[in-house]
Design a binder for this molecule. Structure first.
Ligand code: ZN
Length: 489
């Protein structure tokens, strides 16, 4: 089957046919998290969006090199050029090393992404591991004349750049407008223009993370790492650059300016941006108090949550909206997703036990075409899911004896759900079957009864061994006078 994938390019503001530079190889760079806090629903949306892109491209047969960075340096408060480093601030408050903050939240991020069945990227570079590459890039920009040094810091000269290249083409902002809205320089005399952004910042004495350079002991600006690391791992020109819509300006706009200033050409063919999550119609944010972390979702431990929600319920909820639409969180919406997902997996279970009964028409082949059309139309997961629910009606009708299906079509239908639900959407049934649960309970009780017998014949070594082995499997045993209790950790 020949597939024609179209994607919406934020740069041209239209859907375009996806043609990789060096098919079947695809290079994709996505801006990952700044690791100074627990991942929340916004992180999940971005990760799941580009996981869908990654999974679908792989499914179509492309060999994807997926680079998703970890920002561990240079991201200052309010995304600005002044203020404290977000990670260093956390380290100061908790009296630990900045790298301890990075490691801790990086581990947390991976833990939650794994729960959401987000596949790991091919390369996950850290900004702090690429200081040399960033310094080299600054040198190139300086040589090309689009940056200037000022008091140990280096700034990108936007006005100079704009004389030769249009600054603001991604965000649609015009420099003149930006300038007219800009307040007067207040004490930031280092910059020629308030809109210039830092490529290198001289570290103040209290700044914790700094490296030597010819300009000063300092640290790279936040936008720089993505230009340096994307070109290092994907080359001067590559296919897809993704991230959240909130990164479009200034982060991605500045990335384009840096890359063009250094090399004279743009590197990205398709810019993809996922939209934001709102909570009851309001933007989600720490200051608004409506900020819910993934741990809080999974435990239900937050005042806005009526209950705990499973990772797959969250994943399905996110995939039920198109990635370019805003997604409004509410308990009702999430519970509706949860029910929908249960219905989908119940049908898949029925499908696995369905018996072929005679003949059937073209239904499955048509459904397959519709599913591909949906996902190939700018990754339209909600339409794909709607088609999968159409198929659920057929599954139930065959199961009830109202419809028939040929053996061949039954196999095709089973494969279709495997492909789209498991492989492309990355959804898995979380509920162990009731027979599995009964079996596990029975086995644990049996082993613990054998342990009591061992104790009765004073074989304490065997008794301890059984307890320790169960503990390794996550089962805690508490002895009682008349027997035992056990629970899963
Ligand atoms: Zn970035």
């Amino acid at each position: 089957m020949k597939h024609q994938l179209t994607v919406y390019n934020s740069l041209t503001r239209k859907k375009e046919l996806f043609v990789p530079l060096h098919s079947p190889f695809v290079g994709m760079y996505v801006c990952g998290p700044t690791v100074y806090g627990d991942p929340h629903l916004g992180h999940a949306r971005s990760a799941i969006t580009f996981d869908l892109v990654f999974r679908h491209l792989s499914h179509l047969g492309y060999k994807v090199r997926y680079v998703r960075n970890i920002t561990d340096v240079g991201h200052l408060e309010n995304d600005a050029d002044e203020g404290e480093d977000k990670i260093a601030k956390k380290a100061r408050l908790e009296q630990i090393e900045p790298m301890e903050v990075v490691q801790y939240y990086n581990n947390r991020y991976h833990h939650f992404m794994e729960k959401l069945l987000v596949l790991p990227p091919s390369i996950e570079p850290l900004a702090s591991g690429h200081i040399i590459e960033q310094i080299q890039l600054i040198e190139k920009i300086l040589e090309a004349g689009y940056a200037y040094e000022s008091n140990g810091s280096v700034y990108f000269d936007i006005q100079k750049y704009n004389e030769n290249y249009p600054y603001g083409k991604l965000s649609g902002r015009v420099l003149d407008d930006l300038l007219s809205f800009t307040r007067e320089l207040d004490g930031q005399q280092e910059k020629r223009n308030n809109f210039d952004f830092a490529l290198w910042k001289k570290a103040s004495p209290e700044h914790l993370m700094h490296w030597p350079s010819k300009w000063s002991e300092g640290f790279p600006g936040w936008h720089l790492e993505c230009s340096a690391m994307s070109s290092k791992y994907l080359g001067e020109e590559f296919d897809i650059h993704g991230g959240g819509m909130d990164l479009l300006f200034p982060h991605h706009e500045c990335e384009i300016a840096q890359t063009v200033a250094a090399s004279g050409k743009e590197s990205v063919r398709y810019w993809l941006h996922n939209n934001m999550i709102t909570v009851n119609g309001q933007k989600m944010g720490k200051s608004l108090g409506n900020f819910i972390t993934l741990e809080e979702f999974f435990t239900g431990n937050h005042k806005s949550l009526e209950k705990a929600y499973s990772p797959m319920a969250i994943r399905f909820f996110i995939l039920q909206a198109h990635y370019r639409s805003t997604l409004d969180f509410s308990n009702e919406a999430l519970q509706a997703s949860e029910k929908g997902l249960q219905r989908l997996f119940a049908a898949i279970k029925t499908l696995s036990q369905l018996k072929a009964t005679g003949t059937s028409g073209e239904y499955v082949a048509n459904l397959r075409v519709k599913c591909y059309e949906a996902i190939n139309d700018d990754l339209n997961s909600p339409i794909l899911i709607a088609h999968l629910f159409d198929g659920v009606r057929l599954i139930n009708a065959v199961n009830d004896g109202h419809e028939s299906i040929s053996p061949e079509e039954l196999e095709n239908l089973q494969n279709l759900y495997k492909t789209f639900v498991g492989e492309v959407l990355g959804l898995q049934d979380e509920t162990a079957s009731e027979t599995d649960v009964q079996l596990i309970d029975g086995l644990v009780n049996m082993v613990l009864e054998m342990r009591i017998e061992a104790k009765n014949r004073k074989d304490f070594a065997a008794s301890d061994q059984i307890r320790n082995r169960l503990l390794q499997l996550g089962i805690e045993v508490k002895d009682r006078k008349d027997g035992f209790d056990w629970s899963k950790k």
